[in-house]
Write a protein that binds this ligand. Sequence first.
Ligand code: NAD
Ligand code: ZN
Length: 237
Amino acid sequence: MTSHDLRFSDYENIVFFTGAGMSAESGVPTYRGAGGIWKEYNYEEYACQAAFDRDPEHVWEFHNYRRKLVGACPPNPGHRVIAELEKHRAVTVVTQNIDGIHQLAGSTTVHELHGGLWRLRCDHCGNRDTRRDAPLEDVHCGACHHYWRPDIVWFGDSLDREVFDQVIKAMETCDLMVAVGTSAVVHPAAQLPIVAKAGHARCVEINPEATPLSDIYDVCVRKPASEALTEMAQGLL
Ligand code: NAD
Ligand code: ZN
């Protein structure tokens, strides 16, 4: 079976499980592979709680660099297909990305497993905000003036339990699960496709390259995200 035979129109309840490859065609660097940002930056210095506690300005400098980079990246046709599909089918997006591009494209049910680059939280007073300023000029909480913390699941943080429970439920109850652009090596997110499979969903992988999880999928589409998603939407969009 190819992406030409596989149509969204044949399914009712679709979950998209997306990773960095989903946003590659928008110009956001992936984690692994050519141009990955982690090669230029030592993450331990910038993306963990210990670094933030030690030197919040330094951590904010890195996150403002990411805000500027990602803020200039528009949704690609793949993001738009997923958003448009909501008009015709029940669609849930489960993303490991922090870039907020699914929401920008118009998707309304988006579970951000690893938090969001635009989300701010104050661990001192509990205040929260969402701001797309790139860069964020004032990195202090408006209520108590302590530093905002980017609401991102950093290295060493645990996932939000509530979000994870909702995601498990979505995986268990969908009839089609499409993993797009994830290398399936970051846990526990990488186990989620197995939950969908156990729940009897048809499981599809869209990725130009094979991944350690490729064997569990019913169909692997070795094409870039936007091309594969556009083909699967034929007859519906
Ligand atoms: P990853 O970087 O480990 O893997 C990216 C995958 O995408 C690879 O398997 C690659 O073959 C595939 N890919 C590349 N171009 C593609 C395209 N055009 N279409 C489809 N697939 C394509 O990404 P990951 O599995 O998401 O894990 C990285 C972690 O880093 C995640 O936890 C994520 O939160 C974070 N991250 C997020 C962003 C973002 O928000 N956009 C970017 C980089 C990393
Ligand atoms: Zn505060």
